[in-house]
Design a protein around this ligand. Structure first.
Ligand code: NAD
Length: 246
């Protein structure tokens, strides 16, 4: 079971690095994409090409597709994982601008990524897109309204695009990570919030980034050949919990 060539956005970050490492271990060749070009330096190699750029810009998405074709001759899978949070309170100065930026990266960036990749995925006879949504897209969290909105938007973006491209054998899915021990999980290090959230997670621990990468691998691979349009929570049971734990 393999994935030939995969493009991964947000590849310099916590989850993205784990995705690059796992796919590489399993024989995939990778195009690693991030706005933080220097963060990609240690990933580059014979089986990893790098693209520095902002996913909210069309050129970046076109560049990763072109790089996959020119370096590795094809594109089989795309992992649209780049994301940001941090709008702050709705009434705080600059909140609307920060909302626009969150939307541009987390939602527009995903639409542009799928759009750029589709011709190459079709040319491979079909392929897979996996988007990193969040448990914050399945419910609300205090203080993260803009992130909640953007991550919920991609859950339904994935459904709509999955329908439009199912007959072309292009599968489009998402994962919804719960709190991960690295990356965009400020709560993990918070002295009060951290333990309070851990208490609510049925498995009572944060996720390793590799556990997210495994779910992305599964959805990307032929093992998931009849799965499209879904968002898979990878959250230690958090989204299954009505708030009562024994
Ligand atoms: P991270 O901050 O370590 O990684 C995000 C990466 O995306 C960074 O390398 C950053 O440079 C890159 N990036 C940001 N804006 C970009 C842009 N405009 N263009 C290209 N690259 C850009 O965080 P992470 O936790 O690894 O986040 C990966 C994804 O997982 C995000 O979509 C995030 O929302 C989601 N997520 C994370 C958690 C968690 O607990 N860490 C939980 C749920 C969902």
């Amino acid at each position: 079971m393999s994935v030939g060539v995969v493009a991964v956005t947000g590849a310099a970050g916590g989850i993205g690095r784990a995705v690059v490492a796992l796919f590489r271990e399993r024989g995939a060749r990778v195009v690693a994409v991030d706005v933080d070009g220097r963060g990609l330096d240690d990933l580059a190699g014979d089986d990893v090409a790098t693209v520095a750029g902002d996913v909210s810009a069309e050129e970046t998405n076109e560049a990763f597709t072109e790089t996959a074709l020119s370096r590795f001759g094809r594109l089989d899978a795309v992992v649209l994982n780049a994301g940001i949070g941090g709008a702050g309170p709705l009434e705080s100065p600059g909140a609307v601008e920060r909302f626009d930026r969150i939307w541009a990266v987390n939602v527009r960036g995903v639409a542009l990524g799928v759009r750029a990749a589709l011709p190459a995925l079709r040319a491979s006879g079909g392929g897979s897109v996996v988007v990193t949504s969040s448990i914050s897209g399945l419910g609300g969290d205090p203080g993260t309204w803009a992130y909640n909105a953007a991550k919920a938007a991609v859950v339904n973006l994935v459904r709509g695009l999955a329908l439009d491209h199912a007959a072309e054998n292009v599968r489009i899915n998402a994962i919804a990570p719960g709190g991960v021990s690295v990356g965009l999980n400020a709560a993990a290090a918070h002295p009060v919030l951290g333990p309070a959230i851990l208490e609510r997670i049925p498995q009572h621990r944060w996720s390793e980034a590799r556990e997210q990468a495994e779910a992305i691998w599964f959805l990307s691979s032929p093992a998931a050949s009849y799965i499209t349009g879904v968002t898979l929570p990878v959250d230690g049971g958090l989204s299954a919990n009505n708030g009562i734990l024994l």
